[in-house]
Design a protein around this ligand. Structure first.
Ligand code: TXA
Ligand code: MG
Length: 508
């Protein structure tokens, strides 16, 4: 097997081309912008195969011949660009009852391995549906899930420890850096844990955003976080734990409310502010008598904490006041190696920071809206109070981090309700919540084509960065519905406007 080659098995619709229903015609083919480049990169090291498990065939919505026509045409397009697909596998079943192609049925992969002398254990599968991933894994390959196509819609069905990526190009980049996926990833986590134990800094993925972590009880190590980020010392850090027992030595008491919240929302994007014990250094809490703790849902974050054998203090891994990173590339771009180890765990599934809830007073106080919605919290523990930006000066000790603007791109940003009135402007960038009903002349980016707040949250920072990099004079963002994750999205967009405060006359 050692000399056998490795392969990448690619789903077609939603992975190589846009998924606009069931493409029955070559004219329906729409490549993603980075498809060609990603495949060119991948084929330097791996053989490429396309697996078109078309449920449309089984459901008689499209014929085997139509699928073949699309494949032939796409193959021609790729060949002209210098991309070679070794085989195009198509589900041949004409009726639902015989079709076992949906679900973990690795027949095609096993066939390919035999015909092309492949080592499946060193191979990869890329797709935008959980069954692409489970099919690959059933054959021993490593699965990478895309948030293109149907990816966002079925994300809930994907096991929590699988890697997700915004684009095919991002997934290809990860594969090339991690030829032995499992081993390379766990080695990075081990190297990270060693660095944490030595007092170093580690950038690591969580389900919300990437964190820049240090041993929470090592004052010097934590001080380096502030240094590297340029973060003011009066803004305290969240302490990340791998399980609930790890909270005991940090917090003076755990109310029944705290325990119920942990039971329900941990691991996950909820940070609890609790009375602290002396073991937590002042630098972590900015001298406050409270400590913020959270147990991330991301498996590698928890592995890192476990192997480090210490809780990890970590803010988001961006330069202070700038957009939070939701991919490893974002971290590299901003912090430029100012850490000992970067664990690349793909894109963050939630995409906005954790909800911060203070439990030190009689009534819980929401300090920052985030990945767990206020509605979900209130359903469990009843009414909570919400901090208002106007009152922050009064509450500055309770909400130390909310004084300054955060999450900001360098292009001025404006948050508006009437986005349609900007449709004729060609000199600005526009962030839309969902696919617009009217035509926009300006460069636009859509947070969630189908208007889903969770998808919008997962795309938010990525899209803010993309528009920020276009060198526009102004970005105008549409306010999203304020329920559920929408409150966190609007909060971040609003904070992004504070940095630059574009005045009315700067917009013509
Ligand atoms: O999702 C997240 O929370 C990410 C990932 C890395 O876990 N972390 C994050 O950290 O967003 P950071 O440092 O960017 O934001 C921490 C927030 C700040 O608003 C800070 O003021 C608040 O938590 N915080 C931390 N300790 C606190 C305390 N003792 N009392 C009140 N607020 C606190
Ligand atoms: Mg931050």
């Amino acid at each position: 097997m050692a000399n056998h080659r490795s392969a990448v098995f690619l789903d077609r619709d939603g992975t190589l081309i846009e998924d606009g229903g069931v493409p029955g015609n070559p004219e329906d083919i729409r490549l993603f912008p980075d498809t060609i480049d990603a495949l060119r990169q991948l084929q330097k090291r791996h053989r490429l195969f396309v697996v078109t498990n078309q449920p449309g065939i089984a459901e008689s919505r499209v014929t085997v011949n139509q699928v073949a026509a699309v494949n032939n045409s796409l193959d021609g397009m790729l060949q002209r660009e210098g991309v070679k697909i070794e085989e195009w596998y198509v589900c041949p079943h004409a009726g639902r009852d015989q079709c076992r192609c949906i679900g973990p049925n690795p027949t095609f992969l096993l066939q390919a391995a035999k015909d092309h002398e492949l080592d499946l254990m060193r191979s990869f599968v890329i797709g935008d549906h959980p069954h692409d991933i489970s099919t690959g894994e059933a054959a021993g390959a490593f699965g990478l899930y895309l948030l293109t196509g149907h990816g966002p819609k079925h994300l809930d069905e994907l096991p929590p420890d699988r890697l997700v990526f915004h684009t095919l190009g991002d997934a290809a980049g990860w594969i090339l850096k991690h030829p032995n996926a499992e081993r390379d990833l766990s080695r990075a986590v081990q190297a990270g844990a060693e660095a944490i134990r030595r007092g170093g800094l580690v950038a690591f993925p969580t389900e919300t955003v990437y964190g820049l972590g240090a041993d929470a009880v090592n004052t010097d190590a934590v001080a380096r976080i502030f240094e590297v980020k340029g973060r003011p010392l009066h803004n305290p850090l969240i302490v990340h734990v791998a399980d609930r027992r790890q909270v005991r030595p940090l917090a003076a008491s755990l109310s029944e409310t705290a325990q119920r919240l942990m039971e329900r929302f941990w691991p996950g994007p909820l940070t609890l502010v609790l009375p602290k014990l002396p073991i937590v250094p002042d630098i972590v809490t900015a001298g406050n008598a409270t400590v913020a703790v959270r147990m991330p849902a991301n498996k590698w974050a928890r592995d890192l904490i476990n192997l480090s054998q210490t809780p990890i203090a970590a803010p988001s891994a961006n330069a202070f006041g700038r957009t939070s990173p939701t991919t490893a590339r974002h971290v590299e771009d901003q912090l430029r190696g100012a850490y000992d180890v970067l664990v690349d765990g793909g894109a963050c599934r939630v995409g906005v920071e954790s909800t911060v809830l203070s439990l030190v007073r009689e009534t819980p106080l929401l300090l920052r809206p985030g990945g767990v919605s206020r509605e979900d919290i209130e359903e469990l523990i009843g009414g909570i109070q919400v901090i208002h930006h106007q009152n922050i000066t009064e509450n500055r000790h309770e909400s130390p981090g909310m004084m300054s603007s955060h999450y900001a791109p360098s292009t001025p940003l404006l948050l508006v309700d009437d986005i349609d009135s900007y449709a004729q402007r060609s000199d600005i960038g526009v962030i839309l919540f969902q696919n617009p009903a009217i035509f926009f002349r300006s460069p636009t980016a859509v947070l969630s084509p189908r208007g889903d707040l969770r998808e919008a949250a997962a795309n938010l920072y990525q899209i803010m960065r993309k528009l920020d990099d276009m060198g526009l004079r102004l970005i105008v963002a549409q306010r999203v519905p304020n329920s559920g994750l929408g409150a966190a999205i609007n909060d971040r967009l609003n904070k992004a406007t504070l940095q630059s405060s574009p005045s009315a006359d700067s917009q013509e």
